[in-house]
Design a protein around this ligand. Structure first.
Ligand SMILES: [Zn+2]
Length: 449
């Protein structure tokens, strides 16, 4: 494999890119794209970078210009008659048309378009790169280049990142790319997979040719925006969920060894103690079906539940029998959803009927309002206070993979359930059960703001 002339400047990057090009030569031209990370160490960002970090790197400073690719233009003449040899076309970077970067819940969405069409084959044949450079400050500037590269079996290059130099390209877990048009690339990735913090991140799209050093050769790259932009990444907050699948559910799949712990009739004076138990046992998921008229004033409790990863559900405004459906049921459900949303910022999509009293008109009416009606398949009758041992043994004798377990954190004295809960959790863990929210169990999608 030919080594580009600039290889002494960028040994790691070029080694990786040449290898990638070799792999690509035998891959089909229409193959999809992976996102790969070209993980620059801290020293790839100018030491003197201002708060803007990346803002200097395209302005001709001592920039982290080292972009993956070239070599194609560096053919070494073997003859002394240059005028008779057709000139090798100069490889130019793809011209950029537009670039945006936004956060969508847990994902970072990169939308790039060029002025001219391109394909995987032409990208690699020209040894061009299309990347987004991300720079953040964690006490020193850190740089990450995420580049489009053709998918290929050999692209998961396993070389250890070298601090202070460009590391190898490797595929990003969970990243998805698409080509809406021949001039565009749309990519979604989890910022955690490239180590980005929830903090301001400077970014810009970079279109380069192999061996391009941004600080030395302005003709070998295009950047957009020229002086970098800032995206303020924030921890995603669930703002609601979308009901999918059957409109009435009593349990999840029997093939997965998980259960959903559910708690009805709160929020109450007991709820924070339930959360103490669940948090102490590091339970990652639970679901609270709450009564609307009890929500006001308990916003902090609801937010604590959300922060724990727990889901909020709708259990009507005042706990009447709503099996008749119609406007009465709709009012009970909607007013509660509104109260939960006002108090917590989260709009529920799970509904549980008081007493489990349901009908076809109720479940279809609830679905029309955007809810899945959730019942249970494990009921210890804890509301009747049969004793802590009875609550525990009833749950453990009924539980199966996919069970939705009914308990109560409100509606009366709840010391018995509260005392049974740590034992229930310990035994479920001992039997190998995992814990999911009802939404996770049935596949409803959370929406993030
Ligand atoms: Zn209830």
């Amino acid at each position: 494999m030919r080594r580009p002339r600039s290889s002494t400047t960028l040994p790691v990057v070029i080694a990786v890119v040449v290898a990638a090009a070799g792999i690509a030569a035998s891959a089909p031209a229409a193959s999809p794209y992976d996102l790969v990370l070209n993980n620059g160490g801290a020293s790839t960002v100018p030491a003197a970078a201002p708060a803007g970090g990346a803002t200097t790197d395209g302005a001709g400073g001592a920039a982290p210009g080292a972009a993956p690719s070239t070599g194609a233009a560096s053919t070494t003449p073997t003859t002394t008659t240059p005028p008779a040899t057709p000139a090798v076309p100069r490889i130019a970077p793809l011209r950029l048309h537009a670039a945006t970067l936004r956060q969508d819940g847990h994902a970072l969405v990169f939308d790039l378009s060029t002025r001219d069409p391109w394909t995987a084959a032409s990208l690699l044949r020209g040894k061009r790169s299309l990347c987004v450079r991300l720079v953040y400050d964690d006490g020193g500037f850190q740089s990450r280049d995420v580049c489009a590269s053709r998918r290929g079996a050999g692209m998961t290059i396993a070389r250890v990142l070298q601090s202070g130099r460009h590391g190898p390209l490797h595929t990003l877990d969970g990243a998805r790319t698409s080509r809406p048009t021949r001039r565009s690339l749309l990519a979604r990735l989890d910022p955690h997979t490239i180590g980005l913090p929830y903090a301001p991140v400077h970014w810009r799209a970079l279109s380069t040719t192999d061996g391009c050093i941004v600080s030395e050769r302005a003709s070998c790259y295009e950047a957009l925006p020229q002086a970098s932009a800032i995206i303020d990444l924030h921890a995603p907050q669930p703002i609601g969920c979308t009901a999918t699948g059957p409109s009435y559910v009593t349990n999840g799949s029997r093939t997965k060894k998980v259960v959903a712990l559910t708690f009805d009739d709160g929020p109450s004076i007991y709820t924070s103690r339930y959360l103490d138990v669940l948090e102490g046992a590091k339970i990652p998921a639970a679901t609270f079906f709450m009564i609307g008229e009890q929500v006001a004033g308990n916003g902090a409790l609801l937010k604590r539940e959300l922060a724990d990863g727990y889901e909020l559900g709708d259990h009507t405004w005042s706990h009447p029998n709503v099996a008749g459906g119609g406007a009465f049921a709709a009012g009970q459900i909607t007013s509660t959803a509104n109260a939960i949303q006002t108090a917590s910022g989260f709009r529920p999509c799970l509904f549980r009927a008081p007493g489990g009293a349901v009908s076809g008109s109720l479940t279809s009416g609830a679905r029309a309002l955007g809810f899945t009606t959730i019942e249970w398949d494990v009921d210890p009758q804890d509301w009747a206070r049969p004793g802590t041992d009875a609550i525990y043994s009833r749950i453990m004798s009924q539980v199966r993979p996919g069970s939705i377990i009914l308990m109560h954190d409100g509606g009366g004295p709840r010391e018995q359930t509260l005392a049974a809960l740590p034992r229930v959790i310990a035994s479920l863990k001992a039997r190998g059960y995992g814990f999911v929210t009802v939404g996770q169990m049935i596949g409803s999608q959370l929406r993030y703001g």
